[in-house]
Design a binder for this molecule. Structure first.
Ligand code: 48H
Ligand code: FE2
Length: 255
């Protein structure tokens, strides 16, 4: 067939503009495409919700690609194993309760599951602020192009609306910090020292609504709560993403 460069350009522009426009109004906006955000996206989309993952970087996967200290393997403890199975991520038993999976396979399969379930992805897109109106609830996100953010060019952002926002931005807890910077009425305790068992046990309690309209999950939940870190064990990230999807679903059902 003959190939026309302008048609290629128009195909990208028109298709993306249509999808972007459709996804400006969301049930659930997931900020951050690391493991917890991907699980949340996949499970919420499996329930039929209109979900988008907004990811600052070129690629989703966050801190999971590199496994532990660049060794591309992750450990998932007994409690998280059913989620590995749910997403078809292969694992080997190392010792009772300790399963080891490929970090690359894990990112790929979580991402594929979210895509298959109907979640949409906006990569190279940074959340820089939130929308809060008279009811005091976060009802949307202010987004910009990551290259614009990186270069510091003075370009104004766009805005999307979301019935529920998930802060899945990892150690930085960016959405929580956006709220704190302007309103100050949210306490971010900051992450504590390494203590895997404690961090992995408590992360589910910390996965909760941290501000009206915002649920923290993954490492962001522990950072807000002042909880320990856990190193390259990822069961808590998967389970936290699952819990965030359940809380979001409960909130949406009540609306
Ligand atoms: C859009 C943004 C923005 C922004 C950041 O860090 P992540 O992998 O997050 P989690 O919580 O799903 O997983 C944490 C895990 O990877 C980890 O670091 C662990 C277990 N650490 C233990 C330890 O001891 O260190 O992913 C967060 C994602 C990244 O892809 C960011 O690029 C993205 O969020 N992000 N996206 N707008 N403003 N800020
Ligand atoms: Fe980390």
């Amino acid at each position: 067939m003959k190939l026309d460069e302008v048609t290629i350009s128009r195909a990208i522009l028109q298709t993306h503009a249509e999808i972007f426009s459709r996804y400006l109004e969301l049930d659930i906006a997931i900020v951050g495409g690391g493991p917890s955000g991907l699980v949340c996206a996949a499970l919420a989309a499996e329930e039929g919700r209109k979900v988008a993952v907004i990811e600052k970087k070129l690629s989703v996967g966050g801190g999971m690609w590199g496994g532990g200290m660049t060794f591309p393997r992750i450990v998932v403890q007994e409690e998280g194993r059913r989620l590995l199975d749910h997403f078809g991520i292969r694992s080997t038993l190392f010792q009772p309760g300790y399963y080891v999976a490929s970090s690359v396979e894990s990112v790929a399969k979580l991402t594929a599951a979210a895509c298959d379930a109907g979640a949409e992805f906006f990569n190279l897109t940074s959340v820089e602020d939130v929308v809060i109106k008279g009811d005091g609830r976060v009802s949307g996100l202010v987004i910009t192009s990551t290259p614009v953010e990186m270069t510091g060019l003075h370009v104004d952002p766009l805005t999307l609306s979301a019935k529920v926002t998930i802060d899945a931005t990892g150690h930085d807890a960016v959405v929580a910090h956006c709220i704190k910077k302007k309103k100050g009425d949210i306490t971010i305790h900051g992450e504590s020292f390494m203590w895997a068992e404690r961090a992995e046990t408590n992360i589910l309690d910390h996965t909760r609504e941290i501000f009206p309209g915002v649920i923290a999950c993954g490492m962001a939940a522990n950072a807000v709560a002042g909880e320990a870190r856990m190193g390259a064990v990822f069961g808590g990230m998967l389970l936290s993403g699952e819990k965030a999807a359940q809380i979001a679903q409960d909130q949406l059902n009540k609306m």
